[in-house]
Design a protein around this ligand. Structure first.
Ligand code: ATP
Length: 590
């Protein structure tokens, strides 16, 4: 059944007053927003196409992109509902033969309807990946590589990682998948050491230029930290030369790596005509990468540079259109099987979270519930109807907020920053009684009562200990969407200390949210020691397997899910549906 919005009232801005016809019906029913309708009508006027059925097809393609899909499959949308769906037979073909297609407004491929921009980006991603897969592989000394891999991944316990690293060293593109704590970053660190050692030997020794990147600043910082930690892990085979070769590694967001331009959010300084200088580019948290960013990355990476895309395809996909990692796993594997590799053994302690994640991946709702209710240390479920459970959650949040306040008043920024990663509440919704806003307000009100202030109220938004999440990129300040910080006292002033960045006067920060609680979507790319997950009732459309999986895998040591058994079952059973043609386009022969 197609997802609909519920108009708040007759003046809801998503409604077009007085609009009749097919578009009017689909708008009034909450399928199409005013923006979808206006775009289709305007484009129809521009290209001279007034057929309502075709305009509806275009509006649905616009809608699809808004919902994270790259295209729309017009067959199967009518799902026994009460809407006057046009006959889907020949609908896409008619669009393909229409003035919309003749003017390149929409494209139809394999029966899927695209807005032109996404069709071109998807085609480019496919072409670049196929070109890389079909190019002659890197010339390497296989014996030397194997010897370094033996040294850097010693013993049977690292055999799977050694195999992944050896394969990645001998091809241009590798997609490395795995759930939380399966040793992906450790593998990347070893692979970089293997490649750096190989580059440093032989008749033409050289230094390897390496780029570590991720969609958010937080994720990039975590990647760098993990790569450094991997070199120090007892039992790892890194010697002084390996460490020296990887000494100057840095990590940055994809936007910064590609070179942001003040005049564009989708075009960068590095592109096909000005490629990145790096020999190896490692992207972490690839599940968060949109189709557009993947297109920009692929055109900017040299054809003779290794590209390693690391991520967990079971997590929520990017906020923008595309589910590229999942598509690569499905499509690239069919064309170039060696390019897609996975790690499956959970290596981090907290095995309960790994087992819960596995049950979620398997879609086994009863096993998920059994694990949540088994009474193990790392994983548990609380009943949302139980007032004591909610009171305990509130007290836990308040206790952390209190401690943050004390540390922040004393100017102890580092301790305050690490405390923000001790426990975090993740909500499916932003608004409403189960939403992050409500819980942030609750914590602020309670803390305010203790301090005799109206925290969060107008003029009192900033207070010592206010944890914040940066919600947009600000290149001038060096802040990125996903960065986290905490407000601390600095004499008479309050400053926000941001992890991995610097300290900012509160007046310079505009796009920030309070972080006593956050949405699961915004939590992607970050982790906390303990995580509480508050699920909405079972009928919430946001409740999906990907959402619950992403939420529980943010926890390093323990996770508490506050949800009814019905909500857990509904989440496990509902999948995020994102239409895209990348998988078949990659898999099919050229
Ligand atoms: N071969 C190994 N032997 C022992 N411990 C290992 C091995 N590989 C990784 N580890 C340990 O397992 C933990 C998880 O490893 P790593 O950080 O590489 O996993 P990851 O998949 O990148 O995790 P995340 O999902 O957090 O990104 C780390 O503590 C690491 O030191």
């Amino acid at each position: 059944m197609i997802e609909r919005f519920e108009p708040t009232d007759a003046h809801d801005r998503r409604l077009v007053p007085g609009l009749g016809g097919l578009l009017g019906t689909f708008n009034a029913a909450g399928v199409l927003t005013a923006a979808d309708v206006h775009t289709a009508v305007r484009l129809g006027e521009l290209v001279g196409e007034d057929d309502e059925r075709l305009r509806l097809g275009v509006a649905l393609a616009v809608r699809a992109a808004r919902h994270g899909s790259v295209c729309v499959d017009l067959t199967g949308l009518a799902d026994g509902d009460d809407l006057p769906w046009p006959d889907s037979d020949g609908w896409a073909e008619d669009l393909a033969a229409s003035a919309f297609a003749a003017s390149s407004v929409v494209r139809v491929e394999h029966g899927l309807v695209y807005l032109d921009r996404y069709w071109r980006e998807e085609g480019q991603v496919r072409d670049d990946l196929v070109r890389r897969a079909e190019a002659a592989p890197p010339q390497v000394d296989a014996t030397l590589l194997a010897a370094h891999a033996e040294r850097l991944f010693p013993g049977a316990g690292s055999a799977d990682q050694r195999a992944v690293a050896l394969a990645a060293a001998q091809q241009w593109t590798t997609v490395l998948t795995g759930g939380p704590g399966t040793g992906k970053t450790t593998t990347v660190a070893g692979l970089l050491a293997v490649l750096a050692a190989e580059a440093a030997s032989g008749p033409d020794p050289r230094e390897l230029r390496i780029a570590l990147t991720a969609p958010t600043g937080k994720a990039a910082a975590r990647l760098l930290e993990s790569v450094r930690e991997a070199q120090e892990r007892p039992g790892a085979g890194f010697d002084a030369d390996d460490r020296r070769r990887l000494d100057g590694l840095t990590a940055t967001t994809m936007h910064r790596l590609l070179g942001w331009r003040p005049d564009s959010t989708t075009r960068f300084r590095h592109h096909r005509g000005n490629t990145l200088p790096h020999d190896v580019v490692v992207v972490d948290e690839t599940s968060m990468v949109s189709l557009t960013m993947m297109a920009r990355l692929l055109e900017a990476v040299r054809s003779d540079a290794r590209l390693v895309l690391v991520g967990d395809p079971d997590q929520l996909a990017s906020v923008e259109a595309g589910a590229v990692l999942a598509d690569l796993v499905g499509g690239l594997a069919a064309r170039a099987p060696a390019a897609v590799t996975g790690l499956t053994t959970t290596r981090r302690y907290g095995a309960e979270i790994g087992a819960l994640a596995q049950a979620l991946r398997d879609g086994d709702a009863e096993e998920v519930l059994r694990r949540l209710d088994a009474g193990a240390d790392g994983v548990r479920r609380l009943d949302p109807e139980d007032p004591a459970a909610l009171a305990a959650l509130r007290e836990r949040l308040l206790a952390q907020a209190r401690s943050l306040h004390v540390l922040a008043e004393a100017g102890r920024a580092e301790e305050a920053l690490s405390l923000t990663e001790e426990h975090r509440l993740l909500c499916a919704h932003r608004d409403g009684p189960h939403g992050a806003r409500h819980w942030n307000a609750l914590v602020e009100r309670s803390l305010g009562e203790e301090l005799g202030a109206f925290l969060g109220a107008h003029g009192q938004e900033w207070y010592p200990g206010r944890p914040v999440l940066v919600t947009s990129n600000d290149y001038g300040l060096g802040l990125f969407n996903g960065d986290t910080g905490v407000t601390v006292r600095d004499g008479e002033q309050l400053r926000v200390v941001v992890a991995g960045a610097s300290a900012y006067s509160t007046s310079r920060l505009s796009d920030v949210e309070t972080l006593h609680a956050m949405t699961v979507h915004k939590s992607q790319g970050s982790q906390a020691r303990h995580v509480s997950v508050l699920l909405p009732p079972q009928d919430s459309p946001l409740l999906t397997r990907e959402l619950l999986y992403t939420a529980v895998t943010r926890a390093r040591e323990s996770v508490t899910v506050v949800a009814s058994p019905e909500a857990v079952r509904a989440a496990v059973e509902r999948r995020v549906q994102r239409a895209s043609g990348l998988r078949p386009r990659l898999a099919l022969p050229s």
